[in-house]
Design a protein around this ligand. Sequence first.
Ligand SMILES: [Mg+2]
Ligand SMILES: [Zn+2]
Length: 191
Amino acid sequence: MSLPKNRAVFLDRDGTLNEDSADYIKSIAEFRLFEFTPSALRLFQKLGFLIIIISNQSAIGRGLMTRWTVDEINGAMKSILRENNISITDIYYCPHKPDDKCDCRKPGTENIKRAIAEHNIDVAGSYFIGDSQKDIQAGAAVGCKSILVKSGVNPPSFCAIQNWDPRPNFVTDNILEAAQLVECLERSRDK
Ligand SMILES: [Mg+2]
Ligand SMILES: [Zn+2]
């Protein structure tokens, strides 16, 4: 007998949960959670989704920071969220740079597949949410619905998105709007 499967929101970190920067988030001092992120994550939690972060951190591979720093930033983020009654189920990140040709850097799916296996995830009932085309590609590749948020450094234009393959299922301004959209989709699903 298999356990009932969990549904998850797979979330990109930089540009989705916190302000991104053109030259990476390399220290706690550079990390700024968007003010609406706690409300968004609380809503996902209320809807019964596990919250799993899947992040590319190529600044490690580029020698701009260490894994220790990434863990420290993630730890600080988790403690802010914990104070807001939000628990992050897990965080996976890729430390490589693009020319390392690994499978864990999005749009590669190794980290998401690990998360799916380790947390018994129902992919079809889950969402991948991020600010870049790589997020949408990775989510679609494993069979999640995808939401592009336009809160990154250089948000793509609606025109550009029309030429993506695959295109995101939905486009919202930010993670809070994405959470409200998912709430509304859940309501129609329950009917
Ligand atoms: Mg991002
Ligand atoms: Zn990697």
